[in-house]
Ligand binder design. Structure first.
Ligand code: VGL
Ligand code: ZN
Length: 212
């Protein structure tokens, strides 16, 4: 079992959004979000190939409640590509909230992929914007480098990790979510919905232990 799972040349760890604003003192806190830092640091040592993603929004981003007069954070609103949860302002380009957690130490990561950079569309997934069509370029990077199995860890389990898993699975990659290396937000039962959806798609949730 552990031999089959052991990360090899064609595997990549995608570390999702371990940024200050998603940690307990941040603007969009993921409960216990900072707990994943030592877990992910250790996990990354197992991988030759690591990509870090960074939520990286311009000011007045569409996903911010503050961009919609009369709306409150965590309300849902319908936008062009469907329902959009409105968030507190977070991960604004160049702010300390958008920085990686200071204890995240993955110096051998080969790529930092920024997403959510377009004002008028949100991007949870590391692969596509929320229209599920506009690419971030990460699929091309992985294909060009021959990376075929994707292991996901980070924040938040029920948003950016979930969307990344779904998109990569749809594009034919083998996807594993390292669940104990993730933490979630849980808006209106989104944790349970995420678990059900991943199971239905046949995306495996594994523990970091399985890769040790
Ligand atoms: C995320 C909400 C808004 C995430 C990013 O990283 O899961 N969630 N922006
Ligand atoms: Zn965001």
């Amino acid at each position: 079992m552990s031999d089959a799972m052991a990360p090899g040349e064609n595997d990549v760890l995608v570390v999702v959004d371990i940024q200050n604003d998603f940690c307990p003192a941040g603007r969009l806190p993921v409960p216990y979000g900072d707990e994943v830092v030592p877990i992910v640091n250790r996990l990354a040592e197992r991988f030759r190939n690591v990509v870090l993603t960074q939520d990286w929004h311009p000011p007045s981003h569409l996903s911010f409640a503050s961009s919609h007069p009369g709306r409150e954070p965590y309300e849902t609103m319908t936008v062009v590509c469907g329902p959009q949860v409105l968030w507190p302002d977070h991960c604004v380009q160049g702010t300390s909230g958008a920085d990686f957690h200071k204890s995240l130490q993955i110096t051998h990561a080969g790529l930092v992929l920024r997403k959510g950079i377009h004002r008028a569309i949100d991007s949870y997934s590391a692969f596509y914007e929320n229209d599920r069509k506009t690419p971030t370029g990460l699929i091309g990077y992985l294909r060009e480098r021959g990376l075929m199995r994707i292991f996901l860890a980070g924040l938040a389990f029920d948003f950016c990790v979930r969307y990344s898993a779904e998109d990569a699975h749809r594009d034919g990659f083998a996807v594993f979510v390292v669940e104990d290396a993730c933490r979630g937000i849980d808006v209106d039962g989104s944790m349970a919905v995420t678990r059900r959806q991943l199971t239905e798609l046949g995306i495996f949730c594994i523990s970091a232990q399985a890769l040790a």
